[in-house]
Design a protein around this ligand. Structure first.
Ligand SMILES: Cc1cc2nc3c(=O)[nH]c(=O)nc-3n(C[C@H](O)[C@H](O)[C@H](O)COP(=O)(O)O)c2cc1C
Length: 228
C-alpha cells in the first residue's frame, strides 16, 4: 500500500459509520464491476468464497432485520468459507472489512450483521459455513459517530511508543465491532505485535480480524510483524 493509499484509507475509516437505512437505489453496473474485481482478488488471496448478492430485498426485509432497524436494503455481502479453515471467523473479519472499506471508497454504505437479518441467498456448499453478512447500498444518511475506548484501554501504548504503533491502535479503534464492544488488545514488544480477542462477548474472533485489518493499515505492514 502506498502512502497516498494509506492516507485515503485512514480518511475512509474516520468517515465510515454503520448504516441500517437504505434508499433502495440500485447499485450501478460500473460500481458492481469495480467491487467484483476487488472481490475476485480477495477470494483468491484468502481462499474464502465471499459473494455479493444484488437486488435481493428479502434477507434484510425479514422481521428480524426490521426489528434490528434495517430498512430499504437490497444488496449484501455474504462471508462464506470452508468449515475446516482453522481461523475462518477471523479471516472473514479481516477480508470482509477490506471489502467494507472499498465499498465506502466507492460511495456505498454498510453494516455488519451477525443476527439481525433473514435467510441469505448466497451459495453455501456442504463443506462451507456462512459466517456473517454485511448490508450494502446507498444509505439515507452516512451514519453517526459513536463512543470509543481509549488507546490505553486496548493496548500497552505509552508515551514512548513508536508513531506506527500509535497510528495502528488509533485505526483499530475506528473499526466496527459487534455491539461496539471493542474487546480486543494489542501488545507491542519491540517490532512485534500480538493481537488478542476478548474472552466473553459475541463475534469476538470476527472482531479480531476486523481490528487487525485496521491496525495493519494504520501502522503500515512494513513497520512490524504479527506475533502468533
Ligand atoms: C461482527 C459484528 C457483528 C454485528 N452484528 C450486528 C447485528 O446483528 N445487527 C446490527 O444492527 N448491527 C450489528 N453490528 C454493527 C455494530 O453494532 C456496529 O459496527 C458498532 O456499533 C460500531 O459502530 P460503527 O460501525 O458505526 O463504527 C455488528 C458489527 C460487527 C463488527
Amino acid at each position: 500500500m502506498t502512502a497516498a493509499n494509506r492516507e485515503e484509507y485512514l480518511r475512509i475509516m474516520e468517515t465510515r459509520h454503520s448504516v441500517r437505512q437504505y434508499t433502495g437505489r440500485p447499485i450501478p453496473a460500473e460500481t458492481r464491476e469495480k467491487l467484483g474485481a476487488y472481490l475476485s482478488r480477495i477470494n483468491e488471496e484468502s481462499g474464502l468464497h465471499i459473494q455479493i448478492v444484488y437486488d435481493e430485498p428479502e434477507c434484510f426485509g425479514a422481521a428480524l432485520a426490521k426489528y434490528g432497524r434495517f430498512g430499504g436494503c437490497r444488496d449484501y455481502i455474504s462471508l462464506v468459507g470452508k468449515k475446516d479453515i482453522p481461523d475462518l471467523d477471523e479471516r472473514c473479519g479481516y477480508y470482509g472489512e477490506l471489502l467494507v472499506l472499498e465499498a465506502q471508497r466507492l460511495g456505498l454504505n454498510t453494516c455488519w450483521a451477525a443476527l439481525t437479518h433473514g435467510k441469505s441467498k448466497a451459495e453455501t456448499d456442504r463443506d462451507e459455513r456462512e459466517v456473517i453478512i454485511i448490508s450494502l447500498g446507498y444509505g439515507t444518511t452516512s451514519g453517526n459517530a459513536r463512543k470509543s475506548k481509549t488507546p490505553e484501554e486496548v493496548s500497552n501504548i505509552t508515551s514512548d511508543s513508536p508513531a506506527w504503533f500509535r497510528e495502528g491502535v488509533r485505526a483499530a479503534l475506528l473499526a466496527p465491532t459487534a455491539v461496539n464492544q471493542q474487546k480486543f488488545r494489542f501488545t507491542r514488544t519491540g517490532g512485534k505485535v500480538r493481537g488478542e480477542a476478548g474472552k466473553i462477548g459475541p463475534c469476538l474472533k470476527i472482531d479480531l480480524g476486523i481490528v487487525k485489518c485496521h491496525f495493519e493499515i494504520g501502522a503500515g505492514r512494513e513497520n512490524f510483524e504479527w506475533e502468533e
